[in-house]
Design a protein around this ligand. Structure first.
Ligand code: PMP
Length: 344
């Protein structure tokens, strides 16, 4: 087995890239007369934000127990996904391995970047098909990246074989933990120090309740974080976004309360959904949503829409399944009362 070699995985133009040096790179103090960046001297948001998000990284470092040099902040984790392709895969040449049904942006971003997709579907229990994955990575040297999502969207389960993947694949394993804060004890974050090929992606959009602010994070070895920093637009995370994330981190107890409330509501929803004749199966979930197999997903989805209750119809990926996000106390009861009324 070849040892891990970062340079061999990086697009040659990116390895050589001399990054943009922003005006604020040269002077980092907050006091002074700033005539360097062609900003407007008037107003509240007139100054460019910190391109290195130092305050946010320091706070995140304390919360997550990871040194700041191992943290990259993106404009949502969707930006992180795109950057991973732009750093590690050559358009028209390299491949990514993905395991559907999973988060759709791995495929969309691959297509935008003209990266070939090798698809190894999850098994019927929604776990990784390790035999097939190992076969693909051994036979196909063009595979530079594997995206895995745990807990997986839309199935909700955690994946079991991530460690085997990390030990057998010498490309980049991009582990999407968007939903991990609902089961934080299971995160792979501490493992970034053991595996040079691991990138853990997390987000403020779910447990931290900041989907509107667009803040995501990637955690990896410092050399990989430096590559992200090289490629990102200089001011990729606005001051408003950075401040929103900082505020959320300073109110950690609110995040724990929210997670607790959502998990209790999820239990309640599961118990009540199980009683409905239109519900055939509820899949185990470690996230803030449930994948529910029903008697007729299209009909039920449409009837809910008519009542202004929007769920996600996943029938095209998993037969007769809809994905239901856990809402507030009232929203969940309204959903259940409409589901009880549905006649097919
Ligand atoms: N990964 C997964 C698995 C997701 O479900 C989502 C959003 N639904 C994202 C990433 C994107 O997150 P962000 O809002 O941080 O861009």
């Amino acid at each position: 087995m070849k040892p891990f070699n970062l340079q061999s995985l990086v697009r040659p133009n990116i390895w050589k890239l001399k990054p943009y040096s922003s005006a604020r790179d040269e002077f980092s103090g907050s006091e002074g007369i700033f005539l360097d960046a062609n900003e407007n001297p008037y107003g509240n948001l007139n100054r460019y934000p910190d391109p290195h998000q130092k305050a946010l990284k320091t706070a995140l470092s304390e919360t997550k127990g990871v040194p700041t040099e191992n943290i990259f902040i993106g404009n949502g984790s969707d930006e992180v996904i795109d950057l991973i392709y732009r750093i590690f895969a050559n358009p028209g040449k390299d491949s990514v391995l993905i395991c559907p049904p999973t988060y759709g942006m791995y495929e969309v971003s691959a297509n935008i970047n003209d990266i070939n997709i090798v698809s190894v579907p999850l098994l019927s229990d929604f776990q990784l098909d390790m035999d097939n994955i190992l076969k693909q990575i051994n036979e196909n040297p063009s595979i530079k990246i594997i995206f895995v999502c745990s807990p997986n969207n839309p199935t909700g389960n955690r994946l079991r074989n991530v460690k085997t993947l990390l030990e057998n694949f010498h490309g980049i394993v991009a582990l999407d933990e968007a939903y991990i804060d609902f089961r934080a004890d299971r995160s792979y974050l501490p493992k970034i120090h053991n595996y040079p090929n691991l990138i853990v992606m997390q987000t403020f959009s779910k447990a931290w309740a900041l989907a509107g602010a667009r803040v995501g994070a990637a955690y990896a070895q410092a050399e990989i974080v430096a590559l992200f920093d090289k490629v990102k637009p200089p001011y990729n995370v606005s001051k408003l976004n950075q401040d929103a994330a900082l505020d959320a981190l300073s109110l950690k107890h609110e995040e724990s309360d929210r997670v607790c409330k959502i998990m209790n509501e999820k239990e309640f929803l599961m118990e009540e959904l199980e009683k409905l004749p239109i519900v055939k199966q509820i899949f185990p979930s470690d996230a803030n949503f449930l994948l529910v197999q029903v008697s007729d997903a299209d009909a039920i989805y449409n009837q809910l829409i008519n009542k202004k209750i929007i769920t996600r119809n996943r029938h095209s990926q998993i037969e007769n399944c809809i994905r239901i996000t856990v809402g507030t106390f009232n929203e969940n009861r309204l959903l259940l009362s409409e589901l009880k009324r549905i006649s097919l």
